[in-house]
Design a protein around this ligand. Structure first.
Ligand code: OOG
Length: 266
């Protein structure tokens, strides 16, 4: 019989480094690009490889890792974006915006904001945690907001594309941490623009219990051999759909029992 060898030379290959470079440039220059997956057809594993390569470019420029973010942890977000798998991205210090300060929208392409909770770890997380263990690894939780800014045209993407684009991560605003984790669940979430409510929800919308985002982060990090050091931030994912930002807004989120986080847009 004859040998049927795969013709490797004619299989589509994915240039991880080149795609990471394209996404990194789009983020730095605030220019939207066409989605990459329709043309390059990469897998979810390759999408995470592109994400990690693009974050490595940031680290090479001196940005420091500060934690992780989860995406699509609420039904509201899955429905808004038409994607229904939990995803995660990596945060750097360059994405941190001062709570109570001014966020310059010139830093972004088409920014949106969403209300979140942010956890702060007290010990290194180096293995998958259970829900019962999660609280023992946390120093506190804060009301927070994430500014997302897809690098793709019209904020449209599939699962692989959004993962490669570091899950649209662009900015994080974190309020004051509260050490009491006991009454975190089923708390009201109200995001306001200039005092007018624009998004209403509950912390229970985040995986049924936002502590599950810590469990998920521990599992995802462990699966790729990553340790989350003590002092890491874990953004739990939005409790509601995201809202488009414009200049001249006072943006606030109030979370029952936790308090408020706010910023101004310029
Ligand atoms: C992807 C990021 C989703 C969340 O909290 O669900 C996300 C996007 O919607 O652009 O950050």
């Amino acid at each position: 019989g004859s040998w049927h060898l795969t013709d490797v030379a004619h299989m589509p290959t994915v240039d991880i480094a080149a795609l990471a470079q394209q996404l990194d440039s789009a983020a730095r220059e605030h220019v939207e690009i066409d989605p990459l997956a329709p043309q390059h057809g990469y897998s979810l594993d390759q999408a995470y490889a592109i994400q990690h390569a693009s974050i490595a470019l940031r680290h090479a420029r001196g940005e420091k890792p500060v934690g992780v973010k989860l995406g699509f942890t609420s039904r509201a977000k899955m429905i808004q974006m038409g994607v229904d798998s939990l995803i995660w991205g990596l945060l750097t210090d360059a994405m941190l915006y001062e709570e109570g300060g001014v966020v310059n929208l010139g830093d972004f392409i088409h920014p949106r904001v969403e209300p979140e909770l942010c956890f702060l770890t007290s010990r290194a997380i180096d293995r998958p945690l259970t829900l019962l263990e999660a609280a023992d690894y946390l120093a506190g939780v804060a009301p927070a907001m994430e500014i997302i800014d897809s690098r793709y045209r019209n904020f449209k993407f599939n699962l692989e594309d959004v993962v490669a684009d570091n899950c649209s991560s662009a900015g994080v605003v974190v309020g004051e941490f509260c050490a009491d984790l006991a009454q975190l669940n089923n708390r009201g979430v109200t995001m306001r623009f200039n005092g007018r409510p624009v998004a209403l929800g509950s912390t229970g919308a985040i995986l049924g219990n936002p502590l599950r985002s810590v469990v998920q982060a521990s599992q995802l990090a462990s699966a790729c051999g990553m340790v989350l050091p003590a002092g890491s931030l874990i953004m739990a994912g939005a409790a509601t759909a995201a809202e488009a930002l414009q200049p001249g807004l006072h943006v606030s989120v109030d979370i029952g029992g936790l308090g408020r986080a706010e910023f101004l847009t310029g």
